[in-house]
Design a protein around this ligand. Structure first.
Ligand code: FE2
Length: 416
C-alpha cells in the first residue's frame, strides 16, 4: 500500500490518477467536492470508457475502493515530477551477453509466433487470449532482468515484411528495458511488457494499401490510420482474460503529454505510466526501423529526435532521459564503423567505458567479410601501428548487408 492510500470507514481507498483508471474500478471519492461534479455522491463503478472521459473533465485523480473494484489495476506508479519514476537503480546483470542471447532467441521466437497467430485470429474475427501474451512476455521479462542486452540485440533485427509482429516485440522489449531501468518489479514489468506487445494490434484492421503505402498518406488515409488506436482498444476489450491496462495503452499510446496527440487529445496527467513508457519505446522503434516509406535512422539520430519530442512535451521528459540512459551510447546490435574503417556489431556495453564496448568485427577496412574477430575495445585502445582504435560512426540497421540473424549462432558458439 502506498503513502497516498488511506483508510476511511474501514474501506481501503487508493488514490489513482485519471490516466490510470480502468473499466471495473469503483470510484469512492474525488479530488473535489461531489457537488462540483455531475457524479452521484455515493460513488459509482466505471462501466465504459466514456465514464473515464467524464471523470477526466472534472478531476485529476480520484480514490478507488479496492474492495468493490472488479479488475486488477495496472501499475500505480504516479509521476509527480522529474525523476519521480525512479525508485532504485536497476539490479546488476546476472548472466553474460552470449549466454543470455541463447535463451533470448527462444523467447523471441515464441513471442513472435504468438503475435503472428494473434494477427491471424484478429483477421478471422476470433478473440485473442491475453493470458498467452502474458506468459510469453514473462520469459522476455526474465531475460531482460538477467541481462537486457540480449533482448536489445534481438530487437535490432529487421525483416521488412514482418512490420507489425517485429514492432510489437521490439516495443515490448524496449518498454521492459525502460521499466527495469526505473526499478519496476517483475509483476509490473509483465503488465508493462504485455501492454507493449499488444499496443498496436489495431493495425491488423488497417488495410495493407494504407498501412504499407510508400508515399505520403492522404488526409483520409491518415484519419483511418489513426483509428488503429480505437480498433486496438476494441480488439483487446473483447479478448479473453481481459487486461484493462493493455486496453488503456492501445487506446492512448499516440496521445502526447501536451494534449496534441490522438485520438482523444488527453493531457499528460491523464496518461498512465505504462502508456507513457510504451509511447517512448514505440517512438524509438518507429524511428530506427526501416519502413517501406522510410530508411531506419541510427540510434544517435533517434536519441536526438526523442529528446526533441520530449522538449516539445510530446513524450515524458523524465522517462525519455531514463530510456536514453538504459540503452546507452552504443546499444547491443548496433552497426558501427571503427577508425580503421572496419565495420563491427556491438555485443555488450561496458558500464565503466561506455564508448568502448565489446564488438564483433564483421567487415575489414575494404568491407570484405571477416569471421571470428571479437574485440573488447576497453582492452584494445590502439591498433598495431599505435593509432587510436575506436568507434567513429554508427550506421543504421541492415547497412553493408549485415543481418544480425547471420551472427547469432556464431556469437553463442564463440562464448557458450
Ligand atoms: Fe500505434
Amino acid at each position: 500500500m502506498r503513502d497516498d492510500s488511506r483508510k476511511l470507514d474501514y474501506i481501503e481507498q487508493v488514490k489513482v490518477p485519471v490516466g490510470e483508471l480502468a473499466i471495473g474500478m469503483f470510484v469512492s471519492a474525488l479530488d473535489r467536492p461531489w457537488e462540483e461534479t455531475p457524479f452521484l455522491f455515493q460513488g459509482f463503478e466505471i462501466k465504459e470508457e466514456s465514464d473515464i472521459d467524464a471523470i477526466a473533465q472534472h478531476c485529476r485523480y480520484v480514490y478507488i475502493d479496492s474492495q468493490r473494484t472488479r479488475v486488477l489495476r495496472p501499475s500505480y506508479g504516479t509521476p509527480g515530477g522529474s525523476g519521480s519514476y525512479f525508485r532504485h537503480p536497476p539490479a546488476p546483470r546476472t548472466t553474460a551477453f552470449a549466454k543470455e542471447l541463447e535463451v533470448a532467441v527462444t523467447a523471441r521466437a515464441k513471442t513472435s509466433s504468438l503475435i503472428k497467430s494473434f494477427m491471424d485470429d484478429i483477421k478471422f474475427g476470433r478473440s485473442i487470449d491475453v493470458q498467452l501474451a502474458r506468459s510469453a512476455v514473462s520469459e522476455c521479462v526474465a531475460s531482460v532482468t538477467r541481462n537486457p542486452e540480449a533482448m536489445m540485440f534481438l530487437a535490432q533485427i529487421r525483416h521488412k515484411d514482418e512490420y507489425t509482429s517485429e514492432h510489437s516485440f521490439d516495443v515490448c522489449v524496449y518498454a521492459i528495458v525502460l521499466g527495469r531501468q526505473i526499478g519496476m518489479q517483475p509483476n509490473e514489468l509483465e503488465n508493462l511488457g504485455t501492454c507493449g506487445l499488444l499496443h498496436d494490434m489495431g493495425k491488423v484492421s488497417i488495410p495493407p494499401e494504407v498501412l504499407l503505402k510508400k508515399g505520403q498518406l492522404t488526409d483520409e488515409e491518415f484519419a483511418l490510420m489513426k483509428k488503429h488506436t480505437l480498433f486496438g482498444r476494441d480488439i483487446l476489450m473483447s479478448s479473453r482474460n481481459l487486461f484493462s491496462g493493455a486496453v488503456d495503452v492501445a487506446y492512448a499510446h499516440h496521445e502526447n503529454m501536451d494534449g496534441s496527440g490522438y485520438p482523444r487529445g488527453l493531457q499528460g496527467h491523464q496518461l498512465s505510466q505504462n502508456t507513457r513508457i510504451v509511447a517512448v519505446a514505440d517512438r524509438y522503434d518507429a524511428i530506427t526501423s526501416e519502413r517501406v516509406y522510410q530508411k531506419g535512422r541510427t540510434h544517435m539520430e533517434a536519441i536526438t529526435l526523442l529528446n526533441k519530442a520530449a522538449s516539445k512535451q510530446h513524450l515524458d521528459n523524465s522517462l525519455t532521459v531514463g530510456f536514453v540512459s538504459a540503452l546507452g551510447v552504443f546499444p547491443a546490435g548496433s552497426i558501427v564503423e571503427l577508425t580503421s574503417g572496419e565495420i563491427a556489431i556491438v555485443l555488450s556495453q561496458n558500464p565503466q567505458h561506455r564508448l568502448r564496448p565489446q564488438i564483433l568485427v564483421v567487415r575489414d577496412s575494404r568491407q570484405l567479410p571477416v569471421t571470428n574477430r571479437y574485440v573488447d575495445l576497453a582492452e584494445v585502445e590502439t591498433d598495431a601501428d599505435g593509432t587510436p582504435y575506436k568507434i567513429k560512426a554508427m550506421h543504421h540497421a541492415g547497412s553493408f548487408g549485415i543481418h544480425l540473424t547471420d551472427f547469432q549462432q556464431e556469437i553463442t558458439k564463440a562464448f557458450g
